[in-house]
Write a protein that binds this ligand. Structure first.
Ligand SMILES: C[S@@+](CC[C@H](N)C(=O)[O-])C[C@H]1O[C@@H](n2cnc3c(N)ncnc32)[C@H](O)[C@@H]1O
Length: 201
């Protein structure tokens, strides 16, 4: 028997999203870094940490099939104020169709100076990162956080999802701080959300 809460179109949508994601993972497992998209509850939690009320644009890194993108837009951010960088051409083409008006860039989130050279914004309210940092070297991880904090307003957050029990990068005194924003158990695998901010001593 199908329960009264069961919504078949949501279920089919979820299956399609999972299928698209798994195909991306088969093509490039290290870059995709997870076997399933982030759960809706986790994506909503991450988007909820953004200071949207500042009116500044938001930068997203590694949108994949767009689960976090959708929650950022649900916060009320106008689509033209969202810049989102995706490396995979297949995900990028899907996102452009799915979210009209968002500034998607098909490029490398580890080289933001080059990737964002045609984007008009220079100061962001915050950054949401879903690129799998644990699959790259520590200097590359630190460099990404540094590059992002350079572009974020004072005290604005760089919000990163990561699957280990520890932050992907520990705090670097004088450079940035890190705090945990809850482990989200309704996510497979369980994810930690880490918030980095510039360390102003
Ligand atoms: C773990 S998936 C997250 C996807 C989605 N945001 C989610 O939460 O379900 C990582 C995403 O980062 C993208 N990615 C990996 N390396 C990247 C890079 N250097 N620049 C931009 N995107 C990258 C992958 O193609 C993939 O879409």
């Amino acid at each position: 028997m199908i329960s009264r809460d069961f919504n078949s179109s949501n279920f089919v949508q979820q299956l399609k999203e999972d299928y698209r994601f798994i195909r991306g993972w088969i093509k490039n497992p290290a870059a995709v870094g997870a076997v399933k998209p982030t759960s809706e509850v986790t994506a909503r939690h991450m988007a909820g940490l953004l200071p949207i009320e500042t009116g500044l644009p938001v930068l997203e890194l590694g949108p994949g099939t767009g689960v976090i993108t959708k929650q950022i837009l649900n916060r009320g951010l106008p689509s033209e104020k969202l810049v989102s960088v995706e490396y995979s051409p297949a995900f990028y083409n899907h996102l452009v169709e799915q979210f009209p008006g968002v500034n998607f860039v098909n490029g490398d989130a580890f080289n933001l100076a080059e990737t964002l050279k045609h984007v008009e914004f220079d100061t962001y309210a915050g950054v949401i990162g879903a690129v799998p940092l644990l699959n790259v070297s520590m200097p590359r991880r630190i460099s990404m956080i540094d590059q992002c904090l350079e572009m974020i307003m004072p005290n604005g957050p760089f919000i990163q999802i990561s699957y280990g029990p520890k932050p992907p990068v520990e705090a670097v005194p004088g450079k940035f701080t890190v705090e945990k924003s809850g482990r989200i158990y309704r996510n497979f695998p369980p994810a930690g959300i880490w918030i980095y901010r510039r360390d102003v001593q």
